[in-house]
Design a protein. Structure first.
Length: 398
């Protein structure tokens, strides 16, 4: 055996051994008082399985679990130059024959991590987002996608693409069903027909309504008929009318802002309460379905810049006693008691190894309480954390 081949084999076996060792190491639910009861998880570093066709992911901007316990993600893909550069094909002469190509924007996996389906991209009859972000699957199996592209300031005479301002609905096979809003058509947070960089949504099957986190530019939750797209109602922070006035710079020592500042998610609990991610204000606000304010809580309140509350998911016990918060600034997943919104623990820290995070911005839970996380920016990764039960937290983060 040649020395180079032997070294390559040794490195591969070393990485595999390390990966299998890590998969057996519980990820402690940490930063709680010692002895506090909290869930523990075990990261699976070999999940999902390798993608076909030399596909690679761009920034993962949405993760969802459907009624079949299939895991869905949406990612931003790669522009052609990035894809060719990473493949080694953009140099002259090319430095590689093949590897890699951007995967389709929407991917569906089974519990074993096997790719089942893939689709996404421009098509007839709808405006595919330039920056897809946010995904959910309703009880009928329909897949919803949002878009958050912000049009850059163009130079004189330069053609600038419009900002994303739409939500799309497809069948699970990718057949187009409905579009709400149009790219570039923006009227502000009081509009009944337009959006502005919506980031996520939740579907209420009982009332055929879709709640939209609208969002990155607007400052509201807006509700539409999920079958027709007809406007129903909207509200801002504390259930008050939304305002497009500039937000003050977030200061954890000052009184709470009376308006949302980046509404990055909206989720519906089984008891009918609506949970909203107010990302740059480091808080969760809770409402009734009519927009009546119920309560709020801050999470990692000293976090500045992009904020701490990026996405949330509920535990799958009947009472949904726990709330998981993806925090892409602090690079962790916070675990809260849903009734009090008190932080009891957390999972993970910043880093590239399995069980660590870089830009963790989306989260979902399956029927067995396993966690799935998506990483945006240069994280570009989907991870699975296997639920190992409730135990005493070690309280040893950092």
């Amino acid at each position: 055996m040649q020395i180079g081949t032997a070294n390559h084999l040794l490195r591969s076996l070393t990485f595999l051994t390390l990966g299998l060792t890590l998969s057996l190491m519980p990820v402690s639910a940490q930063r709680a008082s010692r002895g506090t009861e909290a869930p523990t998880f075990q990261v699976d570093p070999l999940w999902p399985r390798p993608l076909p066709n030399h596909w690679i992911l761009g920034s993962v901007t949405g993760v969802a679990v459907d009624a079949q316990d299939h895991i869905w993600l949406v990612h931003r893909g790669l522009d052609s130059l990035t894809a060719r550069t990473e493949a080694g094909l953009a140099t002259n002469p090319p430095t590689a024959e093949s590897c890699c190509a951007p995967a389709p924007h929407v991917l569906e996996f089974d519990q074993a991590g096997t790719l089942l389906n893939s689709w996404g991209g421009p098509g007839l009859g709808y405006d595919w987002p330039r920056t897809p972000a946010g995904i959910t699957v309703d009880t009928k199996g329909n897949v919803w996608i949002a878009g958050v592209f912000e049009a850059p300031a163009g130079r004189a005479g330069q053609v600038v693409p419009p900002s994303d301002a739409q939500v799309l609905k497809f069948t699970r096979a990718g057949k187009f069903l409905l579009q709400i809003g149009q790219p570039g058509k923006i009227e502000g947070s009081f509009s009944r027909t337009t959006l502005n960089r919506p980031a996520g949504f939740a579907i209420d099957a009982a009332t055929n309504e879709v709640y939209v986190a609208d969002g990155i530019q607007n400052r509201r939750v807006v509700v539409f008929d999920s079958e027709t797209g007809a406007y129903k109602r909207h509200w801002g922070a504390y259930g008050q009318p939304a305002s497009d006035a500039p937000s003050p710079t977030y200061d954890p020592d000052k009184p709470a802002d009376k308006q949302f500042n980046v509404v990055s998610c909206v989720k519906i609990a089984r008891d009918g309460l609506i949970y909203v991610c107010d990302r740059k204000n480091d808080r969760i606000q809770v409402f009734k379905k009519d927009g009546t304010f119920v309560k709020e809580a801050f999470v990692s309140k000293s976090t500045l810049a992009e904020g701490s509350v990026w996405d949330i998911a509920f535990s799958n016990d009947p009472q949904q006693r726990l709330l998981y918060v993806a925090d892409g600034s602090d690079q962790t997943v916070w675990i809260l008691q849903r009734d009090t919104l008190a932080v009891v623990s957390n999972v993970g820290a910043g880093g590239r190894w399995p069980g660590h995070f870089y830009g963790v911005g989306s989260i979902a839970v399956d029927s067995k309480d396993n966690l799935y996380t998506g990483e945006t920016y240069e994280g570009k990764r989907l991870q699975k954390f296997i639920f190992k039960g409730i135990g005493a937290s070690t309280g040893d983060r950092k």
